[in-house]
Design a protein around this ligand. Sequence first.
Ligand code: SF4
Ligand code: SF4
Ligand code: SF4
Ligand code: FES
Length: 945
Amino acid sequence: MYAIDHNDLGTPAAASGEPVTLEIDGSTVTVPAGTSVMRAAALAGGRIPKLCATDNLKAFGSCRLCLVEIEGRKGFPASCTTEVAAGMKVRTQSPRLQTLRRSVVELYVSDHPLDCDECPANGHCELQDAAAELGVEGSRYADGGATQRGVAQDASNPYFVFNPDLCIVCSRCVRACDEVQGTLALTIEGRGFGSRVSASQHQTFLESECVSCGACVEACPTAALTEKLPIALGAPTKAVTTTCGYCGVGCSLKAEVKDETVVRMVPNRAGTANKGHACVKGRFAFGYATHADRVRKPMIRKRITDPWREVSWDEAIGYAAAEFKRIQKKYGPNSVGGITSSRCTNEETFLVQKLVRAALGTNNVDTCARVCHSATGYGLKHTLGESAGTQAFTSVMKADVIFVIGANPTDGHPVFASQLKRRLRQGAKLIVLDPRAIDLVRTPHIEAAVHLQLLPGTNVAVINALAHVIVTEGLANDAYAEERCEVDTYRKWKAFVSQAKNSPEAMEATSGVPAALVRQAARLYAAGPNSAIYYGLGVTEHSQGTTMVMGIANLAMATGMLGREGVGVSPLRGQNNVQGSCDMGSFPHEFSGYRHVSDGPTRSLFEAAWNAKLASEPGLRIPNMFDAALDGSFRGLYIQGEDFVQSDPNTNHVVAALSAMECVVVQDLFLIETARYAHVFLPGSTFLEKDGTFTNAERRISRVRKVMEPLAGLADWEVTMQLAQALGYPMHYSHPSEIMEEIARLTPTFHGVTYEKLERLGSIQWPCNDAAPEGTPTMHVGSFVRGKGKFYLTEYVATSERSTSRFPLLLTTGRVLYQYNVGTQTRRTSNLAWQAEDRLDIHPDDAEDRGIKDGDWVGVTSRAGDMVLRAVVSKRMTPGVVYTTFHFPESGVNLVTTENSDWATNCPEYKVTAVEVVRVGQPEAWQARIRAERSAQRSPALPTT
Ligand code: SF4
Ligand code: SF4
Ligand code: SF4
Ligand code: FES
């Protein structure tokens, strides 16, 4: 319901069959073989009434409303389940068909209230449309059988309600849950008039396996499944197509708006990354954008112990600029820096790094990607030649073997996970390398062929063991590797992985993975014929994060699993624009397009374009900025959209560094934890309040379009422009499209990108230039970007963080579906109904040893610090390993994580911390202190809700 421009063709497009020509109502139509008569009629401009069919679900043929007459065939076949045939002659309208269809609708109406004027779906209900079209105003069969009436509504889900009275049991919701989402949470129980939709085992939607993706709501032709917000706020009056601001899948969404208020987000069926699907975050969790906690006025204070003072934009920006200039005059140009945000647009990120390099005259710029996928950038650039994933998401539909390493797609990248599960249900094999039994290991109709449940910190041991089997059992694709890669590095690598020390048997004690399982996985991966690797932060956030990325690339090159659809190496990027923030030159050593600052011709290009002298030495990375702050040489920081204090490891160290600075400028939506150490607060804008682009995990650049005016008056890119102006470096852009023109001029992989082309194509996967004017879905086709692929030796080096008698358990971290990163946004939505705190998963054996029961409060101590949270006793864990998420500041996970980091990129080792866990009482005192500190930070002008 409420769909504004949904042109539903009734059944999905046929694969790509031979053209078939037929006649429908006297007109000649040509469509691919396998197309339904219903779809063919719709493509020809006709319309056959329907109820149980919709074009993102397989035809089901249950309602019998779509009957047609076909010359030479008996009876009245259902057009949704009848495929076209050459020479077929179809009639979609006749008096007889009208009579039959009217009877069908009368039957439905007999079991359905006719108070349409009162119904939230009034004007948007397919049953109402069918009744009107066929002139049905009542039913001869009314009260003829048992009805749904009297069955209570289920309003347990925070975002939608199920009203059985309005259900016509068309099963579209059940099929959407199965086919689109892949959760299989719904069934139809009972028969005839007594049949009804049921969630899991007679549970409410909230209690059931339902993950609140909304696919069933979208599929429902009546108001039986209805969103709550449009009921409360009224029907939308316009729709704006934009891109989700949450994760790296980058779903295209239509924001439906009434009076500047978003009333719902509809997944865009034309969206290339999501094809009409979304998850609970993008679909429903947008309420944070107008939450009362949004800071709407700039604020300043001289010391971080002073109360905040609301000021005008001019005063706040003027103060920040004056402070940066004062600091640079006193301590030198490199005493300040800036941080770009992976939540902001490409254009905004580009401006922040430009401000730092050109206006502040230093390369001290870094990004939050430092703490997630910096190892991906380094590892893939050195082996394959480009710092990005190799495939489009759709490539997974051609994979025969899917290898998921250190990623949990059903929670972290849910819409991609739905596609991946579809492929697995079609028969692709799954290998999972993860210390935890993530959902994919066993979920309805899916079971991993092999789960390599390794100990945290031993990824490289396992990848070497896999390579050992592939090489020593003769499973490598020598012809491919020797033609496409540097032969000497390939041979050296083969000799290295063949060593006995890298065998699965030798590595078994280290990794905890039985050698036989490693051998099974290696054989499966090498056999393919199409094997694809998808990996996440469980690869990168290690002291050997870069080594593991290189190990993955080695494995793919050695087996020839690169350069075509169905294979590849795909990092699953966490935040919406983490790929983009890296592409835009956010790292201290690189300009946009990953070109080193020491490269003379590149620097000259930027110097000419920006009319500024640029530094040739790389600047400081985030951890180096903190260290320099503590030794007194780094004094000022401009942070756009990043909450260091919650997200970075070893919180005590971060807090000490921020406290040592003289001017910290935080630009964000809310008074985040880091703002407690800020001197200037500049209100940020959500993705709904600006124009721009995001780049998702498949290098897909998609438009972000303004849906409402910025609550604080300025979009983030406008704030950065004003700060540059105040620093004496004016920037002149009247729209983000002009920033993109500059990016395209200065960045070879973006040369062909324009807003006009994005409008025309919907989205573009970079590289987009003269060689690939419409973008590049699959990379490294024919040859690698670096020319020849390069193998690196990946010696396993155990992390210094190991379990000891004092800290006998290993803590690893991850995400949940309902919360997003540091939770700033999702904690301010009804997603709290599912998860309102971080919890510690602990294996039953470890729990029993410590007298811990499910739900107990437990204290977790490492050499860096301690935290208190509630325990979940779970067999998902392997003994000796505990797990938690990091979405809630109250739990203080990063008080416990250490300063260990990746050797190449300083990506923190979040995934391995040696800890001890003990049962404790209620942590009231501890939580009270956190709450008191927070409330002391609030602006007097802010509401207290
Ligand atoms: S809830 Fe909606 S989609 Fe599901 S069976 Fe009922 S009418 Fe059909
Ligand atoms: S919201 Fe999604 S997961 Fe829940 S029942 Fe509907 S389709 Fe299934
Ligand atoms: S999968 Fe990611 S991009 Fe898509 S709706 Fe969910 S959070 Fe947004
Ligand atoms: S739409 Fe064809 S049988 Fe329901």
